[in-house]
Design a protein around this ligand. Structure first.
Ligand code: SF4
Length: 263
């Protein structure tokens, strides 16, 4: 275990849990950013989210799920029609193959129902550990840590791990927290990575973790300049959106009210 010079294992654990508490206060509205109403929709949306943004995926899934509401319908899709519906998410031919492949397997081997075990989910075409954990954590309430690019970057900046391998990071970070906190922790860390602790220029001067983060200073420390770097509802001028999110408005309600949720 890492990480801050002179920090004990217990110290790292305590600091990690404090970070989680501050993130919970900062993002009380953190949720999976992909829109879904059932496990199949979440599985499909997560496969589509590779190499693109959740916002882009959310823009096309209503039409996609209206056309193919379940695994059986999607397994019988015309490839060209499916590709057209998901084209804007990029890599659409490969993604269409994955979606048809995973739908067919769900129909053939699991009676059309998305399996609930990690080892079964990762055998579906196009479904890796990350996607499986997203589905387990958010559709089935099974504790899981979703290790995506944001999570890896932040876990390393926080000094929670020095690993680069996602599976090792999942285990190492998992050992710092109670299992019941894993899913929400994942959402909060990803929210923070998308809004404040950005990849190229983290907004350290506007970050609530300055005293807890060993990487403070890796980004912009001037408060005024840092605030200009913030994204989504924390971006300058979006205070009204932030208020509504803090009051519990759902993403769907906000979209209906005309709020753009993009960065
Ligand atoms: S202090 Fe800087 S590096 Fe650390 S979490 Fe905040 S933005 Fe990221």
């Amino acid at each position: 275990m890492p990480i801050k010079p002179d920090e004990t294992e217990l110290g790292t654990k305590r600091r990690a849990r404090k970070i989680n508490r501050v993130l919970a206060e900062t993002y009380p509205y953190a949720v999976a950013e992909l829109d879904f109403t059932n496990a199949f929709e979440l599985l499909v949306a997560t496969v589509l989210s590779a190499q693109t943004t959740d916002v882009r995926v959310n823009a096309i899934t209503p039409a996609l799920f209206a056309r193919y509401p379940d695994a059986l319908a999607m397994s019988q899709a015309q490839p060209e029609e499916l590709q057209e519906l998901i084209r804007s998410t990029g890599f659409f031919r490969a993604k269409a193959n994955s979606l048809m492949g995973l739908s067919t397997r769900i129909v053939d081997e699991y009676d059309g129902v998305v399996p609930q075990k990690l080892e079964e989910l990762i055998t579906l075409p196009g479904v890796g550990r990350k996607t499986a954990n997203v589905v387990l954590g958010n559709a089935f309430g099974v504790p899981g840590i979703t290790v995506d690019t944001h999570f890896i970057r932040l876990a390393r900046r926080f000094g929670w791990t020095e690993e680069t391998d996602p599976v090792k990071i999942e285990h190492e970070v998992g050992s710092l927290f109670e299992k019941r906190d894993w899913a929400m922790l994942s959402h909060r860390v990803v929210f923070h990575g998308r809004r404040i602790c950005l990849a190229r220029k983290p907004a350290c001067g506007a970050c609530p973790l300055t005293t807890l983060c060993p990487a403070y200073g890796e980004g912009e420390t001037d408060e005024i300049k840092a605030k200009k770097l913030l994204k989504y509802e924390l971006a300058p001028g979006r205070e009204e959106l932030l208020d509504k999110m803090r009051q519990g408005a759902t993403r769907r309600e906000l979209r209906v009210q005309g709020y753009g949720l993009e960065a």
